[in-house]
Write a protein that binds this ligand. Structure first.
Ligand code: NOJ
Length: 740
């Protein structure tokens, strides 16, 4: 409808109805037989029944029948028949679980990420989603933080920027009301990935310059791509919770970045400002949030129960409420919900499109590009089918490979590695033993207890573990090669999954140690939601293939890579540490005055471990062997509005074909503020035929040299620079150039 009609609608609304639009609750309540808000999950929110039928949006209800039922139930009681908005966390896919976002980032393949995002948007749109809480664009440098698994750009601002744009474009399309398009809610603003010590929800304190340089670019890129919504983060940013941070929301997001969309708090984050000690009580929390500019209160009841009084006390607050409600009504209008409250819900397509064959095939291909080959001594991979292979480990016969955020996908549809191996090689040719559990029960119990779930006691767990490892050793003895399927539990990464120990679980390390004694080639397929500390097992393994949490098509994707039908090409987007003691760790750090260039005591170093990462940012092997040579610049002085052309020869020196991602980094050797040792500024992912030689070309211009100086101006300063090209952030060739 016309915008004038939207404004007319706003004028017809009572204050309670307006405030309702600014409240979001979990959708399940509408599905209960007898909706009684004095019991169940809404009791804590202290919502009245009247307010329940005024709420503007709900969270995480999907599926044609359910969404229709909820919308009908709601509209039947709503005076002005303003349809509900359905928002959800479709983080790595709806029914098809894609690899987790950190894995997707490792493809360095923007086209594939776009394709996958479109499938995800289409599947969820058919099933009723109007707004998706994705992408998560929090720069992540600390693998102790469980949410690094959601960070598509990993530790890099440039990758974050590119992926942000691609994903918002793919979610929203040209017109968000069209079938297959949904509004994108980017999150979490801001700098949530920098929580101290990697502990979730913890404090963030950093200079504005640092924030603008590294943390802001991905969010900004999504805002410039017209993302419809922003979610605030749980953390304090420089002393003030992000959710009530006026500088962040008003000055930066609304005024400077000109963001016109809706701002929603994270789950109960407005209320949490009281626990932070930044709001005195609920009413004060509501005042702080509305003054900062939060339009929707997700699941705290603070707006529902306090905004009315605030409006009655102040015309200014009432005006702010009007502005917020107008934004919300406009989004509903843009989605076409006033004409059709069911959006693109489609029963027929729910049956035919969701989990369809061609999308699953597409997903498998994308999944294969997320795998990162971390080690491959003596070309142990790909495996030969005529070798006797033993599959050992708790992930061999496990469907829990979709990650903790795939809340809508049906895990029982996932094939296991064991099944696909048996199918390919024949039952009799596959040796298998579980070896050990993913985690000991006492570890799992800690997680279950914190979840409020019942715990399980296992009698003689230690003895059982030893016996099971022994059995695995016996099975492995009959093999020529051991394929280990190991990793983190899916419940160990995601929200509220911070860990101080990021090694493999002890029982799995014991398994590796026992098998190592057999002196047979061992390859580990690693399932994980974060970079792990692998220094305590790596030297016992000949090969390591990191497959993250690969999702619905994971098992089929893995077997094809393991046998070489497909060549792995993923490159890391987060550094793997030598030890958790190095965290946070990232490649684009600053030099100290005592860089660790030689082994001398008074250097910036550790006494007990190397300074460098274990596997650097950008790292990932291939079955091909790529040689880099002849780095050339067409000139070594860069003038205003000009560019330097950089070329390098890359040759595939092997008989197989595969992708390589050629990476370009720049270092500003001297600046008015200290500049990082190198920064990613470009990359090309290219397909090489066997023995193909390519001359690869990049251009460098002054725009690429800009940074935030101490006056908070984004400038390029003239001087000397280094350009690096290579296969990862450490293995590079370099040349110097100057700017004038
Ligand atoms: C909390 C998480 O931080 C956020 O990412 C998510 O979108 C909301 N809960 C809603 O589920």
């Amino acid at each position: 409808m016309k915008d004038t009609k939207v404004k007319e609608l706003l004028n017809k609304m009572t204050l309670e109805e307006k405030i309702g639009q600014m409240v979001q609750v979990a959708g399940d309540i509408f599905l209960e037989e007898d909706i009684n808000v004095s019991t169940g999950p809404l009791k804590d929110l202290k919502l009245s029944n009247e307010m329940l039928y005024n709420v503007g949006s709900i969270l995480n209800i999907m599926g044609v029948d359910r969404v229709k039922k909820v919308q009908d139930e709601y509209l039947s009681k709503s005076r002005l028949k303003i349809p509900l908005l359905f928002m959800a966390d479709v983080i790595n896919g709806y029914k098809i679980a894609f690899p987790i976002p950190i894995a997707q980032g490792c493809t360095w393949n923007v086209k594939k990420i776009k394709k996958m995002t479109q499938i995800s948007a289409m599947e969820s749109n058919i099933a009723g989603v109007n707004v998706n809480f994705s992408p998560m664009l929090d720069l992540s440098r600390d693998p102790r933080w469980g949410r690094v698994m959601e960070a598509i750009g990993g530790e890099d601002p440039y990758l974050g920027e590119i992926y942000a744009k691609a994903m918002v474009e793919a979610y929203q399309g040209e017109d968000i009301s069209k079938l297959g398009n949904i509004a994108s809610c980017i999150k979490h603003i801001a700098a949530y990935g920098a929580v101290e010590a990697g502990r979730d929800y913890n404090t963030v304190d950093m200079s504005e310059r640092e924030f603008r340089q590294y943390y802001l670019p991905a969010y900004k890129s999504a805002i410039n791509t017209n993302a419809e919504m922003i979610m605030t983060s749980f953390n304090i940013l420089n002393g003030i919770p992000a959710t009530i941070n006026k500088w962040l929301i008003q000055d930066l997001i609304r005024k400077e970045l000109n963001f016109k969309g809706i701002i929603i708090s994270d789950y109960s984050a407005i209320e949490e400002t009281i626990a932070h000690g930044a709001s005195e009580n609920e009413k004060h929390a509501a005042l702080n949030a509305i003054n900062a500019g939060v339009d929707i209160d997700m699941m705290s009841g603070i707006y529902a129960n306090n905004l009315k009084d605030l409006c009655l006390e102040s015309k200014e607050i009432e005006e702010k409420v009007n502005q917020s409600v107008l934004r919300i009504l406009r989004l509903k209008n843009k989605l076409g919900l006033f004409e059709n409250p069911y959006g693109n819900l489609d029963k027929e397509k729910e049956k035919t499109y969701i989990m369809n064959k061609s999308n699953l095939e597409e997903t498998k291909k994308l999944t294969q590009e997320t795998f990162v080959l971390l080690k491959n001594n003596n070309n142990v991979l790909p495996l030969k089918e005529d070798k006797k292979i033993a599959l050992i480990g708790p992930y061999a016969d496990n469907i829990g490979i979709t990650g903790s955020w795939s809340i809508f996908s049906d895990r029982t549809k996932n094939a296991t590695i064991l099944e696909v191996f048996r199918e390919r090689l024949g039952n009799e040719n596959v040796l298998y033993s579980k070896g050990t559990e993913i985690l000991r029960q006492d570890e799992i119990n800690k997680i279950l207890k914190a979840d409020g779930s019942p715990t399980i006691f296992i009698e003689n767990e230690k003895e059982k573990e030893e016996a099971s490892i022994k059995e695995a050793v016996e099975v492995a003895k009959k093999s020529e090669i051991i394929l280990l399927l190991l990793g983190e539990h899916y419940k160990q990464s995601g929200e509220a999954c911070s860990r101080s120990n990021i090694s493999l679980p002890e029982n799995q390390i014991n398994l590796i140690n026992e098998l190592y004694k057999l002196n047979k080639p061992m390859v580990m397929i690693l399932f994980n939601g974060r970079p792990l500390q692998l220094n305590n097992v790596e030297n016992k393994l000949d090969g390591i293939l990191d497959v993250w949490f690969p999702g619905t098509t994971g098992a089929n994707a893995i077997i094809e890579v393991v046998f070489g039908d497909v060549n792995p090409s993923g490159k890391l987007t987060m550094s793997f540490p030598q030890s958790v003691g190095q965290c946070p760790i990232y490649y684009n750090h600053y030099n100290t005055g005592r860089p660790h260039t030689k082994d001398f005591r008074y250097m910036s170093r550790y006494q007990d471990i190397p300074t460098e990462s274990f596997y650097p940012f950008g790292f990932g092997l291939s079955y091909c062997n790529f040689e880099y040579r002849n780095l050339k610049l067409n000139k070594n002085v860069l003038k205003e509005k000009d560019h330097i052309t950089v070329t390098i020869e890359v040759e595939n020196k092997s008989d197989c074909a595969g992708y390589e991602t050629i990476q370009l980094y720049i270092q500003d050797l001297f600046g008015s503020v200290v500049r990082p040792v190198k920064e990613l500024k470009g990359f090309k992912k290219l397909y090489f035929k066997p023995h193909e030689l390519k001359i690869i070309q990049f251009e460098i211009n002054k725009e690429m040299l800009k940074f935030w100086n101490s006056d908070l101006k984004f400038v390029a300063e003239n001087g000397e620079f280094k350009v690096f090209i290579g296969r990862d952030s450490e293995n590079t060739m370099e040349k110097n150039f100057f700017t004038k």
